[in-house]
Structure formats: structure tokens, C-alpha cells
Design a protein around this ligand. Sequence first.
Ligand SMILES: Cc1ncc(COP(=O)(O)O)c(C=O)c1O
Length: 373
Amino acid sequence: MTEFADRVEQVSISGIREVFEAAGDDAINLGLGQPDFPTPAHARRGAIEAIEAGRADAYTSNKGTPQLREAISAKYDRDYGLEVDPADVIATSGGSEALHLALEAHVDPGEEVVFPDPGFVSYDALTHIASGTPKPVGLREDLTLDPAAVEDAITDETAAFVVNSPANPTGAVQSEADMREFARIADEHDVLCISDEVYEHIVFEGDHHSPLEFAETDNVVVVSACSKTYSMTGWRLGWVVGSNRRIERMLRVHQYGQACASAPAQYAAEAALTGPQDRVQEMVETFEQRRDLVLDGLTDAGLEVPTPEGAFYAMPKVPEGWCEEVLERGVVVVPGDAFGANGEGYARLSYATGTEELKEALEIMADATRAVR
Ligand SMILES: Cc1ncc(COP(=O)(O)O)c(C=O)c1O
């Protein structure tokens, strides 16, 4: 019999799903990685109008429609004053495909990929799928990634390092100074920095910065998406931005694996990016209020929790048995070790859930904390 490829045998279905399966039907779910808001009406309309006019029936250009790539380019100018040629953008099936393209195009078998631990589950899995070797690095006490730790982890075998800010699962936001350092490391060590910026707009204090603003070489590629910013996870629309030579390599993977991103989703994304942005602001304000609520509730329960400055996650340190106790009492949280070995002793809570449910969940978590202490 044909055996399965090693690279897929090394990957298992995420620990997050196991938690969901263990939860009862009426559990309060703080495990979700998606905003609990509707997609803005003008984005939906963008797709509906394109479908009704028959513009969404055919393949688009492999990189995506020129109008969408113009809109993405204009976004980088608007947000960061960065000039991105629309030819240097590929519209992808979510940020997930963009990460896959970046790793497939740059990692040779056995080469190392450095990424945060705890970190988003795909970094480890996609490194294996690219036949690379994962090199997880631990975080600072405040759960940010230390550029010095990344620099220490780089060897002659390193193909890439991943930076993710704001971060899943921690909610941590890297400072501008850190982003400058990541850019310097990419330049000086001549390794690729993959900057995963899917939460770029969900920042509570200060501004998000990208290593792309500071790099002097083309050693930074940026991954982002409509998924979190516009509450469009189901639409599957993201992108990757990089120098032309890198985009042309990533395009080879995209062309044969995907052909193009879904046309209706591309029209929705174009409308989301070019239309009013007030919905994003409202969503971020709501997340900030919930962040404060969660932070107060967890602190009052006696848990230590670094202040998350972005995304919609909190990551408290929790006593042994806490996640199981909380789950048994009807609240779904994800054990920190689902995000890497260094996540052990933590739990990830998503506050992409209504305030009333959050309050109820915080009471249950306080009771559970007393029970396991
Ligand atoms: C850090 C991070 N990067 C990428 C993604 C993938 O996003 P998408 O839904 O656009 O594929 C996620 C989704 O949870 C994420 O948390």
C-alpha cells in the first residue's frame, strides 16, 4: 500500500477541536477565533452585485482582480504610507493560504522556521507540510516575542522566522522598536521575516507597525486578511505582499494549488477595503471594553494575566486542572499547550462573545479557580 507522506504524518488536527468536541451543547464558548459581528453590509453587497451582474462566474487573474489588488495597495499607503505595487500582491484563500504560500516558496526540506511558542497553530503545521523543521521560541513574561530570542535561534539552516502582532493566542502587541529589530534581523541575517498581520487593526493602545516599514532588503513578506478586520472568516479572503521576485515564486504555488481566490469573496473584500471603515472602529472599541471586563474578572479571581493590547484573546496563567474544571462547568477555553509546549500552564480565552455571556463565564471561572486551588 502507498504509505502516507511523513510531512502529513507529523501534523495532527488542532487541539482546539478536541476541546470543542468535549464541550456540551449549551456551553459558553470562549474558544472561538473569529469576531462575533456580521460582515459589513457594503462588503456583502459588493459580492451580491458582482454575482448578479455575472462578474463573479469566471476565474479571475491568478493574483486576484486588478481592482482588489489596487484596493490592497491603497490600504498599505493609507495605513502605513507604504508603496506596494498591485503586481506584488496575491489575493489568497484567507491568511491561512497566504502563510502556506510564503512557507512553500521559501523553505527547503529540513530548513528551519523560527516562530513564537505559544503561537498560532498553523506555523508548526505548515512548516511540517513544507518539509521544514519547526524552531519554536519562548516569549517574554509579557508574552511578546523578543527579537533577541529570534536572533539567537537563527542558524545557517534558518529559512524564515514568523512574527505575529497582534498575536494569537496571547493578544500581545509588539512595539515599534521590536518591529525595527525584526526588520534588522531579516536584513542582517539574510533570512525571510514572515509577518502575520491578520489582527493589524485590532489594537487598543498605540498603532500597529509592520517590519515591512523598516526593512532595507526585500526580506519581509506580509500576510493579512479580511477575516478578522471585517469579520469575514467565512469568505476566505486574505493576501500576501512581498517583493516581485518573491511574489512570482509564491504565485507558482498558488496557481497550481488554488488558481485564484474565490471571485465573489474578492468583490466583497474590495468593497470592504474601499468602503467606510467605521464598523472596524466600532468593533475594536467593543473588543477593548470586553478586554477590560475579562482582565478585571480574571484578576479578581486571583489569576495572573498579562494585559492583552490587541486581537481578542487573553492568556492567563492557570493552576493545574483549571481548563478541565472550567470545561466541566460549561465554559470552553483552550489549554495553552495547544499552541506549543511553552503554552503549558496557560489558557487562551477568546472574548469574541457577548458581554452577558462573558460575565457569566467569568463567574464560572472564578468558582473553578477556587475549586482547583
Ligand atoms: C494569527 C493568525 N494568522 C492567520 C490566521 C488565518 O486566518 P484566515 O481565517 O484568514 O485564514 C489566523 C486565524 O485564526 C490567526 O489567528
